[in-house]
Design a protein around this ligand. Structure first.
Ligand code: ADP
Length: 236
């Protein structure tokens, strides 16, 4: 997937200012920066929740930036939210398959060597009864469940918005295991995350935003020693 000079303004705030970067299959790409720097806006622009002002987004050579959300989802863009968005009145099974193209999913899980649902649930440490209410899961389990759901459809791109926020260290290990599954299934993962340990250990490439604008892009070692990034975000 490629973002090419993507821009989004909310009134006087430029939330995304000429944002460009590319993700390859099996890459974990970090998107970091201070609060309010535009990270979630970029995820919303990619998934189609927010309409961009200018720029282009390409997926497998196809221009997707004018497509509605559901078309992008069907075309292989999936995501999680900072706070899980699940249907509280529905059971686990309904939440799991919500919005998933089942025929497509079954075909892919038969033809690719990525993962099965039970492997994903194992990686997430979730032993669940499909008929239970989603509210029987703790907050951390709901976040992990949402990642399982995002990976289950074998997407090309998975957007994770602060997957580790609010999780304990054991649950954070589960996030890492799930990202491993996604990568094995050939997905590209875009990771918005404040845990620098997680970002620096998992990511192949990192883009840093400040006031909506990319101020650095590179490998973890380059980013950690970049003066502009230290000044704007990492501190000394
Ligand atoms: P981050 O995810 O890095 O914390 P956001 O993308 O949430 O940053 O926000 C970037 C900027 O855009 C902030 O100044 C925020 O207040 C503003 N913003 C985000 N979404 C909206 C919106 N729907 N309406 C108005 N302003 C918004």
């Amino acid at each position: 997937m490629t973002l090419d000079r993507v821009c989004k303004r909310f009134g006087g705030v430029v939330a995304a200012n000429e944002v460009s970067f590319s993700l390859s299959p099996r890459e974990v790409h970090g998107l970091i920066g201070p609060n309010g720097s535009g990270k979630t806006t970029v995820l919303n622009l990619i998934s189609g929740v927010t309409e961009m002002d200018s720029g282009n987004i390409w997926l497998d050579g196809q221009l997707i930036s004018k497509q509605p959300c559901h078309v992008r989802a069907r075309g292989g863009v999936s995501r999680t939210f900072q706070h899980p968005r699940l249907l509280k009145r529905c059971d686990i099974q309904t939440n799991l398959y919500l919005g998933i193209d089942l025929a497509n999913m079954k075909q892919k899980s038969m033809t690719s060597c990525g993962y099965t649902l039970s492997e994903l649930l194992d990686a997430a440490g979730l032993s669940i009864n499909m008929n239970d209410s989603i509210t029987t899961l703790s907050y951390g389990q709901q976040k992990l469940f949402e990642i399982v759901r995002a990976i289950l459809s074998h997407p090309k791109v998975i957007l994770l918005d602060e997957p580790a926020a609010g999780l304990n260290s054991k649950e954070m290990e589960r996030v890492v295991a799930l990202i491993d599954c996604a990568v094995k299934g050939d997905a590209a993962v875009l990771l918005v995350e404040h845990s620098m340990d997680l970002v620096m250990s998992l990511c192949n490439g990192i883009t840093v935003l400040n006031f909506g604008r990319p101020i650095a892009e590179g490998q973890p070692e380059e980013i950690q020693s970049n003066e502009a990034v230290i000044e704007a975000y990492l501190g000394r």
